[in-house]
Design a binder for this molecule. Structure first.
Ligand SMILES: [Mn+2]
Length: 232
């Protein structure tokens, strides 16, 4: 039985259209999974039917998370949200947790999981957490931008067998206060939580960096996808 992965669609505001970065699909495929792009829906019954087909869910990067989710007003001109993603992903997160369905979050994915479970975000890192660490690198995106420290005895540290990791970085929002029930797995030199997990789950990991850009030339990025697919 193929390991089918529901991939959260990206949304293009100008074209009013779904789109997808091939790296998410290829990253899953090279690890032995079968990805499909989830269609947009706000209907829990429809979403349930689709989720029954899935062995796991990938929360992709993309738009900012609505600050309303963590009870803040958006900073004017600095936050660009996608209501249909927030609505659908809220339903999917709830169903995935109920069914203990494996879930990997990338970039927006780590932010969405943390905010939805009661944590908060930096709406704009440059304004709210200025530092010398390059979190918003220029292309190419498959090369490291900063290091993270992997926290001892966390699943990521044990899976990669290392204490430090060079990662790419392309984000302007980030985890601020961690949600109850989540634990950090990686921290940047300026103190940002760049990976987290939920203890007691089959698999709920999320990373702030972008293995979908770097898996072709980086073994550790491939291993993040394989940790996810192998557990299904
Ligand atoms: Mn970063």
């Amino acid at each position: 039985m193929k390991k089918v992965i529901g991939v959260m669609p990206l949304w293009d505001d100008e074209k009013n259209s779904i789109w997808m970065l091939p790296g998410y699909m290829e990253g899953i495929k090279q690890a032995g999974g079968l990805p499909f792009i989830f269609p947009f829906s706000d209907d829990e019954d429809e979403i349930s039917i689709l989720m029954e087909m899935c062995g796991g869910i990938l929360f992709t990067g993309g738009h900012d998370i609505s600050p309303e989710i963590y009870h803040e007003k958006p900073l004017e001109g600095l936050v660009s949200c996608c209501e249909k993603r927030d609505i659908m992903e809220s339903i999917i997160l709830k169903l995935a947790l109920e069914a203990d369905k494996p879930l990997l979050g990338i970039c927006r994915g780590i932010q969405f999981i943390n905010a939805s479970l009661g944590g908060t975000l930096y709406q704009d890192l440059e304004l709210q957490h200025p530092s010398r660490v390059e979190h918003h690198q220029q292309a190419p995106y498959d090369v490291p931008a900063h290091e993270v420290t992997l926290i001892e005895d966390t699943p990521l540290q044990k899976w990669l067998h290392r204490d430090r990791l060079a990662v790419n970085s392309y984000h302007h929002q980030a985890v601020k206060e961690l949600a109850p029930g989540l634990k950090p797995m990686a921290v940047s030199p300026d103190g940002i939580t760049e990976a987290l997990y939920m203890p007691g789950r089959k698999f709920l990991w999320a990373v702030q960096w972008h293995p979908e850009f770097s898996f072709r030339n980086d073994e550790n990025s491939r291993r993040i996808f394989s940790a996810f697919i192998d557990c299904i």
